[in-house]
Design a protein around this ligand. Sequence first.
Ligand code: PRE
Length: 106
Amino acid sequence: MTSGPTDERDPAVADRLAELRGSIDNLDAALVHLLAERFKLTRAVGELKARTGMPAADPGREERQIARLRALADDAHLDPAFAEQFLTFIVAEVVRHHEAIARRHR
Ligand SMILES: O=C(O)C(=O)C[C@]1(C(=O)O)C=C[C@@H](O)C=C1
């Protein structure tokens, strides 16, 4: 017999789905905590940069981070383009925070 859309009513399938979703929820929580820690560190960097008059963004550093993350993603069988987009998205938010901190220091 082939499996079909009714399989999710099968208790074994429902249990397995709940188990997988439980682990996904744990990892999502870990990601939120990791991001919160990263933003604590970047806030300190933003304050240091504002205090010393350094520019918010460092394109050279970003280039190196992207190259490193792409290689790590490749090793981990994660799409390197996705890893790059993810980092770029986070760093754009960090730069926005740095700029807001710098405005407050003026
Ligand atoms: O390392 C820095 O200089 C930072 O400001 C941190 C960070 C990052 O989020 O990793 C953010 C902005 C820079 O363009 C590069 C890196």
